[in-house]
Write a protein of this length. Structure first.
Length: 271
């Protein structure tokens, strides 16, 4: 198989079982897989025999055709050819697919990880659990805590609780990648700020304000909290006053701030 799309196929059956087990499957659930490749995880999902509905989204057209042919007579498996970053939000919010409670799995290339996590964070109907294979360094960034907070961890941990389950070897994939990978589990949090009845989560002002706030705060991580906030909010006295309210001088680094404090500061700066 060619490497144009950064494909490395999981060949370790123990890792496949660990991934599926982490989904905490129940009968008749819907599982969406991003990049099913040769069908390793689909086969493992089928082995659980829970009457699952399985939807695979495969960007490689040749692989998509292969999978569509392979599972043509399997009624509970549907293979969609296309870009998951575009298709996933569409099918989740499309009434014809009738997807409500669902779970997500996939081997995610480095170059789409950040965008995928942002998309998941903005979905009105999020997966109850997502189990993803990511580049090890990215998985560590997503699950980071102070003093190593970063934009990716601040944005993802707002809506999910991440946990690295297993580190994978290069030999667990074919062809073997140059980098190490890890399996990370994201358990979706209860909504922090419930939207109004006429305001779905994707349009929830408080959520959007939080994402906007942390983008400003972590824009230049080597700068202090104050120096990052100043260009974004302008009012120096207001910035100092709000920071002082939480025992901050402004000389702190963004990576040292906890998630609850980030949420409180976001609310203060958008009042």
């Amino acid at each position: 198989m060619h490497q144009r799309l950064g494909q490395h196929f999981l060949v370790n059956p123990k890792a496949a079982r660990a991934i599926v087990q982490a989904l905490e499957l129940a009968p008749d659930e819907t599982v969406i897989e991003i990049g099913p490749g040769m069908g390793t995880l689909i086969d493992e999902l089928e082995n659980w025999n829970y009457g699952l509905r399985i939807i695979g989204i495969e960007k490689d057209k040749r692989l998509a055709r292969f999978l569509q042919t392979r599972y043509a007579k399997t009624a509970n498996i549907e293979i969609i050819s296309g870009d998951a970053l575009k298709i996933l939000p569409a099918i989740i919010h499309d009434s014809k697919f009738m997807i409500q409670g669902w779970k997500l799995v996939g081997n995610i290339p480095y170059y789409i990880t950040g965008q995928l996590l942002r998309i998941l964070g903005g979905l009105e109907s999020k997966p109850a659990i997502a189990v993803l294979m990511l580049q090890k360094e990215v998985a560590e960034r997503v699950s980071a805590k102070p003093p190593e907070m970063n934009l990716l961890s601040a944005m993802t941990q707002f809506w999910a609780e991440p946990k690295i389950l297993l580190r994978l070897r290069q030999q667990d994939f074919k062809p073997a990648p140059e980098v190490e990978s890890a399996i990370i589990k994201l358990e979706i949090k209860k909504q922090i700020s419930p939207p109004k009845a006429d305001q779905p989560l994707a349009e929830n002002i408080k959520n959007k304000e939080y994402f906007s706030f942390v983008k400003i705060l972590f824009k230049q991580p080597r700068k202090t909290v104050f120096n990052n906030l100043k260009p974004g909010f302008g009012n120096i006295e207001k910035i100092k006053k709000i920071l002082a309210r939480y025992g901050l001088t402004g000389s702190e680094r963004p990576q040292n701030l906890t998630l609850p404090l980030l949420i409180k500061l976001s609310e203060e700066f958008h009042e």
